[in-house]
Design a protein around this ligand. Structure first.
Ligand SMILES: [Zn+2]
Ligand SMILES: [Zn+2]
Length: 254
């Protein structure tokens, strides 16, 4: 499985793009960045946008992606996929003909650029060539993490969240688990804000390590750009080589 980092950050800075990953060239995992990281032919290859939640730093790239798809000569469509509250938020608050055109009826209702698909929480479902289990996590709006598997190897994507009890439910199948992608947004001195905004700090990441199998690496994403250096320094003291910050534009292979 290939995981290409389109955007590794929890907001935008110069050269620092909002959260998005491209799995096996065809499945977006969050869509904070698309056109700023991919050529048009690469964008047209995308079939699914698997979303954790509707916050702008995770969906902004979908606006321009849908426009690119609409201009494509061959008919292409993007299926926006998530839990019901997230799909509804995209439909009613983004692609609503106010904030952005309703691409679910462009160029026509019969052959739209955007389709919507609602997933069932806590059930393994097929999305493209992957198996995906959505797990509700703890954030300020409805948010889901994902357990993702290709039949051989898998990884966990935390979504935006505070401490992640839900993912580590007893008896959950984590076969072939090769990595945990874990968010971290704020430095330790901002622990109070992190608790209100339901995000992680390096100290909270440290506590997560006890829940994660010891041989599984932890890849951090969603660092807020203005705190990147401070968070990087604090994370370097957490977990030794096991915890690394994901590099934008790099492709990780599981
Ligand atoms: Zn975010
Ligand atoms: Zn968020």
């Amino acid at each position: 499985m290939k995981i290409r980092v389109l955007g590794a950050f929890g907001a935008e800075g110069i050269g620092q793009r909002p959260t998005a990953f491209l799995i096996n060239d065809r499945i977006l995992l969050d869509g904070g960045t698309v056109g700023g990281a991919l050529t048009v032919p690469e964008q047209i290859t995308i079939e699914h946008a698997l979303l954790s939640h509707a916050h702008l730093d995770h969906v902004e790239g979908l606006a321009y992606l849908t426009e690119t798809l609409a201009f494509s000569e061959s008919p292409v469509s993007l299926t926006i996929t998530s839990m019901a509250p997230v799909v509804d938020a995209l439909r009613t608050s983004v692609f609503n003909n106010v904030v952005w055109p309703d691409f679910a009826s462009i160029p026509s209702v019969d052959r739209p650029v955007v389709k919507y698909r609602t997933l069932v929480e806590e059930a393994e479902q097929r999305v493209g060539d992957l198996w995906v289990t959505p797990v509700a996590v703890s954030h300020t709006v409805p948010t889901t993490g994902y357990i993702i598997h290709d039949g051989t190897t898998g990884f966990i994507f935390s979504g935006d969240t505070g401490p992640t009890q839900a993912i580590w439910k007893e008896g959950r199948s984590l076969r072939g688990l090769r990595a945990v992608m874990l968010e971290c947004a704020y430095p330790d001195r901002m622990a109070e804000l992190a608790s209100i905004a339901k995000h992680m700090t390096p100290a909270l990441v440290q506590r997560e390590l006890d829940k994660i199998p010891a041989d599984v690496p932890v890849w951090i994403y969603h660092v807020k750009p203005q705190f990147a250096d401070e968070i990087g320094e604090q994370l370097s003291k957490v977990g030794g080589d096991r915890v690394t910050i994901m590099e934008q534009d790099k492709t990780y292979t599981l």
